[in-house]
Design a protein around this ligand. Structure first.
Ligand code: ADQ
Length: 484
């Protein structure tokens, strides 16, 4: 029976080795893992990726235990050592591709060592994939860490169909052309039979680069490449809508003892500060997420509309991320300082304008925050999709709440009933915050209903299903051409 092989940098597992050498592998609960569940489990599929335990921490005994634990979850590990992680992961992936693809040219480091490691690690992945792939199998490769993998697999195994999905933006040609390895990257991606992006814009940018850099013929959304036709399409990723909706419904039924500390604090706020509006932002602490812009715009709002002092609060949750990379350390410092500045300037004895949490929060606490906030303020300067916006929508079971969303997110292309803002325009953000907190209930409901209709229909399962179906069609067309 043909199988589906999913490939991503990390396996969808939390692998832990405790001090006595006991190994556990728990499935992770992230969006990608959920979306791929039906593809992974139902089709007798396997998932290939790094386990999260580097070679230096693996004795022969531990490695055997790790492999046994992950095989139970239908997963296979690619081995990575510290040098790979420093150069391929923290280096080329996070200091070259991530900033370049998010239009941060000034942060982009072109380093020969990073590049060589990226090629080597993609080869390591290719070896494992090639060993597993059989004729007729379908392979679905994910994201920017593995851009060279499609061609490496296709070369050895022309009869498997390969899909590739990019979770981050594909930048415009004028940005992408600056990249020394631009040709190699495009050729690597073109090993796939189907290439998927979150939005039509990213798809267009990719096709434009293919045309201009490789001088290939592009016909609508198909590329002629040697004797192959490659299809390019957009597949906007969704969320596990029911999981968020049901958690929010459950949340309403909580008894006092079941409530989290955060929820108790939020309830207390409701009692003591009735009428104070809650504005929420949640993201990884990443320079693409527009965190300093958001704080500055909020500061500008408090200055421009002083009548909102003591009547509004920004709850900002930032998850620690890539703290080994210097730009992330700088961003942390800048965020700490900006929060300190705003709180220092505007706080009163009974009111703090920004509550700032720098940590990962359990799912239940995310639900506490989503359901207790009047407004979600999402201001990335670039974001492939942004799932937080969709999660906020799914938890608003009373059809209230307002989403303020940056037009630089992939999600904004689908969510035009949100209040869309330019994250660089502080005046516009300030006015939109005012519009959001003053929005009449009927308008909130009308907008939220429309947003919920969209997000509930295009769930993450649907996204995965549509990608796989499209890949099957490409495969069928390919077979027909060969037979004819
Ligand atoms: P990310 O940049 O990580 O993803 P996003 O899509 O917003 O961004 O997903 C973040 C996820 O982390 C959400 O599911 C959210 O609930 C969770 N999260 C955020 N803060 C948290 C906290 N403090 N504690 C626990 N969980 C938290 C990349 C791209 C995006 C694209 C996705 C999927 O950068 O543009 O939408 O992949 O393709």
């Amino acid at each position: 029976m043909n199988k589906t092989i999913i490939v991503s940098n990390r396996l969808p597992l939390q692998v832990q080795v405790n001090e006595s050498g006991k190994v556990t592998a728990k499935p992770s609960v992230g969006g990608l893992a959920t979306g791929m569940k039906s593809v992974h489990r139902d089709s007798n599929g396997i998932w290939i990726g790094w386990s999260g335990v580097k070679d230096e921490d693996l004795t022969l005994e531990i490695e055997t235990k790790v492999n046994q634990a992950i095989e139970k979850e239908q997963c296979i590990a690619v081995k990575l050592n510290e040098n790979d992680l420093d150069n391929y992961y923290y280096g080329f992936s996070n200091r070259t591709l991530w900033p370049l693809f998010h239009y941060f040219l000034e942060y982009t480091e072109f380093d020969k060592g990073y590049w060589e490691s990226y090629v080597e690690v993609n080869k390591k992945f290719a070896e494992v994939v090639i060993a597993q792939a059989e004729e007729g199998d379908t392979i679905w490769i994910h994201d920017y860490q593995l851009l060279l993998l499609p061609a490496m697999v296709k070369e050895k195994n022309p009869n498997v169909s390969i899909g590739f999905f990019l979770h981050i933006p594909f930048p415009s040609y004028e940005i992408f052309r600056t990249f020394p390895a631009r040709k190699e990257i495009l050729e690597g991606m073109l090993g796939a039979d189907l290439l998927g992006f979150h939005t039509y814009d990213y798809e267009r940018h990719f096709l434009s680069s293919v045309k201009r850099i490789l001088s290939l013929e592009v016909n609508f959304n198909e590329i002629s490449y040697g004797n192959r036709i490659i299809k390019v399409d957009s597949f906007p990723m969704g969320i596990d809508y029911d999981k968020f909706k049901n958690a929010a419904l459950q949340h309403q039924k909580q008894t006092e003892v079941e409530k989290s500390e955060i929820q108790k604090r939020l309830d207390q706020h409701l009692k003591e500060e009735a009428g104070v509006k809650m504005i929420l932002s949640i993201d990884r602490l990443d320079y693409t997420k527009g965190i300093p812009n958001r704080i500055r715009a909020f500061e500008f709002f408090l200055k421009k509309y002083p009548q909102f002092k003591e009547k509004i609060r920004l709850i900002m949750l930032a998850v620690p991320s890539r703290s080994e990379v210097p730009q992330y350390q700088l961003l942390k410092k800048e965020t700490d300082e900006l929060v300190g500045r705003v709180n220092g300037e505007f706080s009163t004895v009974s009111w703090t304008p920004i509550w700032y949490f720098y940590r990962t929060m359990p799912f239940e606490n995310l639900i506490d925050l989503y359901t207790s906030s009047d407004v979600a303020l999402i201001t990335p300067v670039r974001d492939g999709m942004n799932l937080v916006a969709k999660e906020y929508i799914a938890t608003r079971t009373k059809e209230d709440g307002v989403l303020v969303l940056s037009e630089m997110t992939g999600a904004s292309k689908e969510l035009d009933d949100a209040l869309l803002i330019n994250p660089y325009n502080f005046g516009e953000i300030a006015n939109t915050i005012k519009q959001a907190v003053e929005m009449p209930k009927e308008e909130q409901k009308r907008r939220m209903k429309a947003l919920q209709k969209r997000v509930s229909r295009y769930s993450v399962e649907k996204w995965a299903g549509e990608f796989i179906n499209s890949l099957k069609n490409v495969k069928q067309n390919l077979a027909d051409v060969i037979d004819a």
